[in-house]
Write a protein that binds this ligand. Structure first.
Ligand code: NDP
Length: 307
């Protein structure tokens, strides 16, 4: 009979073996990118990102700072263009137009969400599709949905890379994507349903108006949860042996934590871990992939625009 201690150890080992660790996949991707970055450098090209930050949303500032640090750490460059929330939209548009024509810039992103007074679509559509490394321009959305993508939005692309890395077969599987945002849910739906190697799934997209969500998730072989509600998906909502991808990044108050808050996902880790065959933890799961895929897209752009 297992003692309490060995039982706990066994559970811990089981837990470790069924975690899909984006931080490992992200290192693998940056490692593979390093030779392309070196080749570009030999031609005097340094992949460079231009990041546009509007307003003073603290989370957006942190995201931009982290992206910039990550680029520099990997031998690339990043420059941030700051605008106050009372700037005129036309100032941002003219900055983007200049960046579109600047040969030293390979990727342009606008950190979302923008303050309410700005029109996201007009601003995003100003970015030239060939430097649209977030993949949000309607041209790139259309390319993805028609099965011939140029730049794929970073978070769903990162999820595909995790599935590839861990050899999780998606072909013929029932997948449920919860959440229909333009940045995660819709491109995730497009990727999983395409005739791609990691694709060919039967995909159901759920959202806040879905009736009986549990009926769908209980039938799913793979669930991608991207809704922004802490610990929403519980163990009793999923099928034994299913693969669960937790996209959520939610800050919840926790007085015992060092920073008085902790980050949790949209999936209730404790109740799901022993039912799922695989699960992405938060943090350390999908999060590290988003930034790695931004680097991937920027390096691809530098290669594409210089051949
Ligand atoms: P949005 O707020 O844009 O979209 C949320 C989606 O969830 C909507 O489609 C909404 O439905 C749906 N939804 C809300 N409540 C429910 C419910 N009770 N049942 C079913 N569906 C529901 O979110 P994002 O896609 O931008 O982000 C989702 C989460 O992922 C957030 O926690 C965010 O922080 C995180 N995120 C993480 C990233 C990473 O790098 N790991 C990158 C991007 C996001 P409806 O359309 O009907 O309103």
């Amino acid at each position: 009979m297992l003692t309490n201690k060995s039982f706990l150890l066994k559970t811990e080992m089981n837990q470790k073996s069924n975690l899909l660790l984006g931080k490992i996949v992200s290192s693998d991707i940056t490692q593979k990118l390093s030779s392309s970055i070196k080749d570009l450098k030999n031609k005097n090209i340094i992949p460079k990102l231009a990041a546009i930050l509007v307003g003073d949303n603290p989370a957006s500032k942190i995201y931009i700072k982290n992206k910039s640090k990550f680029f520099v750490k990997n031998g690339c460059e990043s420059e941030t263009f700051n605008f106050s929330s009372d700037s005129n939209q036309s100032e941002i548009i003219s900055c983007i137009k200049q960046l579109n024509n600047d040969d030293s810039i390979h990727g342009i992103l606008v950190q979302l969400p923008l303050p309410k007074s700005f029109d996201d679509s007009i601003i995003l559509e100003t970015i030239t599709p060939k430097k649209d490394v977030d993949g949000f321009h309607p041209y790139n959305v259309g390319k993805l949905f028609s099965g011939n993508p140029q730049f794929i939005p970073c978070t769903p692309h990162g999820i595909i890379k995790i599935l590839d890395y861990y050899k999780i077969n998606t072909s013929g599987k029932n997948c449920v994507v919860i959440g229909r945002s333009n940045i995660v849910g819709k491109p995730m739906f497009a990727l999983l349903s395409q005739k791609f190697e990691t694709g060919n799934a039967t995909v159901t997209m759920c959202h806040s108006r879905t009736n009986n969500l549990r009926h769908h998730t209980l039938n799913a072989d793979i669930v991608v949860c991207a809704i922004g509600i802490p610990n929403f998906l519980k163990g009793n909502m999923i099928k034994k042996g299913s693969v669960i991808i937790d996209v959520g990044i939610n800050r919840i108050v926790e007085n015992s934590a060092k920073k008085s808050y902790k980050i949790v996902g949209d999936v209730d880790f404790e109740s799901v871990i022993n039912i799922a065959s695989h699960l992405t933890p938060v943090p350390g799961g999908v999060g590290p992939m988003t930034i790695a895929m931004l680097l991937y897209n920027t390096v691809s752009s530098a290669k594409l625009n210089n051949t």
